[in-house]
Ligand binder design. Structure first.
Ligand SMILES: Nc1ncnc2c1ncn2[C@@H]1O[C@H](COP(=O)(O)OP(=O)(O)O)[C@@H](O)[C@H]1O
Ligand SMILES: [Mg+2]
Length: 435
């Protein structure tokens, strides 16, 4: 039995949080529901109250029964950070003994004879891992980010008498299955829905609340602050597109260091390099320079020409800025090796490596958040990038999730290379204003 060092320091729970913790108790009008969904604003206290409620319920209902439970997150990393770490410190605060196995397919927490297995709801393999399981309950954190097949399998696995499912999420588009199939059919499906607002988290300081209000605009403000299942309004970078001139600069501020993003184009698209600068303390992100070459109409570059263009771009960048890294589209390993060889022959010390290529919607959120916070600028020479940001739209045919249209009708290449240049520091930069 292990003990965590830091036990959770509880602040008073709001009424909404207390409902989420206690709805299952005898005498509650919702006690016979077999699922609870807590949706709504970010940082509204959904996850913490759900962890408390879920474990209190499972300890109370299945005491000494040796049952199996599901703890699911979008990724194992997210699950550990958002659910497991707080849960263990809550157990410590409660004086509960537990045994935690943190890795492998059998990663789990054992408490009082019950076993809680960790799942990432990531891909098809995650769903397969659920097969054959007989569970007495599940906690799904950020469930709107899970594939539908995983959620369906998870519901089917909770077949023990008295089993309950605990789901929480921030809103997505109104046609998302969590909204359309569960929340909107709550009565018929015997689901208890609790809608959270930031005010439902009493532990949040006004400063942090204000930070989050300022960090989103447009559809993201409606979803993450107001907690509405809002539809995207067409343009991906709405605020930027409304007034590109107010983000465009001709004088470059002091740049601490800069990175390069590289997207390689096929015959129907373009090669794009983006040089992106960071002001001291990551206060602002500044798009400093771009290279854009369309391969259309028989204008494809041969490998030598591409390498020369890159070496030239890096040389120019390094005349003015500290540039040590280039992040390239990892789908093109041969081209990357070509660039590595070329810079090395040119005697330039720059690390040419794979871009991370995380979820596109995370990158979009990052840029929109910077724009909302007044921390994004672009040099007037970057004409293709400015145009690309003004034109980018969501695919209107996809009603269930946000999908940036990428059918060749708009310039996605400039956006890709811009995003590759910042992806490695994205998470760090966005939460800076919070500290
Ligand atoms: N009753 C509470 N006591 C102490 N901290 C709390 C309490 N409720 C929420 N918090 C803290 O507020 C922050 C946001 O809560 P969280 O449950 O993660 O929100 P959400 O899941 O809605 O985004 C977390 O740091 C969490 O630990
Ligand atoms: Mg949460």
């Amino acid at each position: 039995m292990r003990k965590n060092n830091k036990s959770f320091s509880f602040k008073p729970f709001s009424e909404k949080q207390r409902r989420l913790m206690n709805w299952w108790r005898e005498g509650s009008p919702h006690a016979d529901c077999n699922m609870v969904i807590a949706d709504g604003a970010v940082r509204s206290g959904k996850t913490i109250a759900m962890i408390c409620g879920f474990f209190l319920w499972s300890f109370d209902t299945f005491k000494g029964k040796h049952e199996t439970f599901i703890l699911a997150g979008k990724t194992i990393g997210a699950l550990k950070k958002n659910v497991i770490a707080p849960a263990l410190s809550i157990f410590d605060a409660w004086g509960r003994k537990y045994h935690y196995v943190s890795s492998g397919d059998e990663a789990r927490i054992e408490v009082g004879g019950n076993v809680y297995y960790l799942y990432d709801a990531h891909n098809e393999r995650s769903r397969e891992r659920l097969q054959g399981l007989t569970a007495a309950g599940a906690l799904a954190d950020e469930v709107a980010l899970f594939p539908r097949s995983f959620v369906e399998q998870m519901i089917a696995r909770c077949s023990v008498d008295g089993a309950k499912l605990w789901l929480n999420c921030n809103p997505e588009s109104p046609a998302h299955f969590v909204k359309a199939e569960l929340i909107d059919k709550a009565e018929q499906k015997n689901i208890y829905v609790l809608h959270f607002r930031m005010e439902d988290n009493l532990a949040l300081s006004e400063k942090v609340r204000q930070f989050f209000r300022n960090a989103f605009t447009g559809v993201f403000y409606r979803r993450f602050i107001l907690g509405e299942w809002a539809l995207t309004d067409g343009l991906v970078y709405q605020d930027f597109a409304d007034d590109p001139a107010s983000y465009t600069i001709t004088e470059i501020p002091r740049i601490q260091y800069a990175t390069i993003g590289v997207d390689f184009g096929g015959t129907g698209s373009a090669h794009s390099f983006t040089l992106t600068g960071f002001t001291p303390g990551y206060e602002s992100v500044v798009i400093l320079a771009e290279y854009y070459h369309s391969n259309k109409d028989g204008r494809a570059l041969n490998p030598d020409q591409l390498q020369n263009a890159f070496v030239e771009f890096v040389r120019e960048a390094r005349k003015k800025f500290n540039v040590y890294e280039a992040f390239c589209d990892s789908a093109e390993q041969t081209l990357i090796r070509g660039l590595q060889g070329a810079v090395s022959r040119a005697g330039i010390a720059i690390d040419v490596r794979n871009a991370r290529k995380g979820p596109i919607n995370d990158r979009i959120m990052f840029y929109n958040s910077l724009i909302a916070q007044g921390r994004f600028f672009i040099h007037s020479s970057c004409k293709n990038t400015i145009k690309a940001m003004c034109e980018a739209v969501y695919n209107s045919k996809n009603k269930t999730e946000d999908e940036r249209l990428d059918d060749g009708s708009t310039n996605i290449d400039s956006l890709d290379s811009m995003e590759y240049s910042t992806e490695s520091v994205q998470a760090e930069i966005i939460y800076l204003g919070m500290r």
